[in-house]
Design a protein around this ligand. Sequence first.
Ligand SMILES: *Cc1c(COP(=O)(O)O)cnc(C)c1O
Length: 360
Amino acid sequence: MRNVFIFNPGPAVLPEPVLESTSKAVLDFAGTGMSIMEVSHRSKQFDALLVETVNLVKKAMEIPDNYKVLFLQGGATMQFAMVPINLLAEGRVADYVDTGYFASRAIKEAKLIGKVNVAASTKDDNYTRIPRASELKLTKDAAYCHITSNNTIYGTQWQTFPETGDVPLVADMSSDILSRRIDVKKFGIIYAGAQKNMGPAGVTCVILREDLIGRAPENTPQMLNYKPHAENNSCYNTCPVTAIFVVHEVLKWLLDKGGVPEMEKVNEAKARLIYEILDASSFYRAPVEKDSRSRMNIPFKLPTEELDNEFVAQASKKGLVGLKGHRAVGGIRASIYNAMPMEGVERLAEFMREFEKSHS
Ligand SMILES: *Cc1c(COP(=O)(O)O)cnc(C)c1O
C-alpha cells in the first residue's frame, strides 16, 4: 500500500493492482521470458493482448460493431490535427465549440487544415461554463462538429451532448473517457490520450465510425491517415506495446469493479463530497457554474494566493499530492479520475474542513 493520494491532472493515478501486474510483466510477459518492453508487437502473445484490449474497450463502452478502436501515438494533440486532415475536405466547414485550453488548441490546428466555424465560445466567461444548446451556431452541412467533453483545466463537463443530426460529432474525451455512460453511436469519433483515465502516457485511444475511415486526401502521409492504422489494427508501425499493456490492465480492473456504470456512480459520489464543502463554504470559491461542473477535475480558490500555496504545501505533507491548479487558472484543482479511491477524496474533504477552520 502506498502512502500518497495522487490528484495529478495527467499523467494521473493508476489503480494499484495495475501497477502490480505491470511490474510483473516488466520482468516476464505472458511466460515468454521477455519483458513487455522487449516483446515484439507482432508476437502472437502480444497480438492476443491487443485484440483483447480492443474487445475490453468495446465491452466497457458498449461500442457498436461499426466502430474501430485504435491505439495511436502523438497524444490527443495529434488528434487535433488528424481529425481535420481526415475529415475536413476542401470546400467544407467544421464546427468547433471553444470551451477552453485544449478546445482552443484543437481549433488552432483545424484552421491550418481548412475552414472552421466556432459555433460557440465561453471565453468571455473565463470558460467557467459549457455553452447552452441555444447558443450553438451549428453549420447545417458541417463536415463534423468537435467538442471537448470534459475541460481538464477549467473543470467543466458537457452534461448533455449537442444534437448534430447527420453531422458527425467528434469528441475529445481525454479526461473523462470511461468515467460515465455515454451513447457511442451519437459520435463519429471519440479520442482520448490514455494518461488521465485509461492508462499511462504514450498511447491515444481513437474510436472511429467505419464510414469516416478512408476520407483523407491522397497526399496524406500514412501516419496521419486513419486508414492504414485501421487496416493494420493499430500495427501499421510499431505500436506502443507497454502502454497498451497497461491500458489492458486498467480495463480489466475497471470491468472487475463493475464497469463504467459503477465508475459513474462512485465518481458522482466522490465529486459530491467536494462540491458540498465548496457550496457550504464562504472560504473556498468554486468558479464553475453549477450545471457545468466536472466530476473529474474540480478547481477552487482560497481567499488569497498565499493561502492557495499554503493549502497545496500542507496537503502534500499529508500525502495529498498534485493539487496545484493549472497556471492558466491558478488556485487548486483536485483531479479525481476513476483510479482515485473514495478514501483519497474523503481524506481531501477532511483536510479542506480542517484547513478552513484553522485559517478563516
Ligand atoms: C490532457 C489533454 C489533452 C492533451 O493530451 P496529450 O495526450 O498531451 O496530447 C487534450 N485534451 C484534453 C481534454 C486533455 O485533458
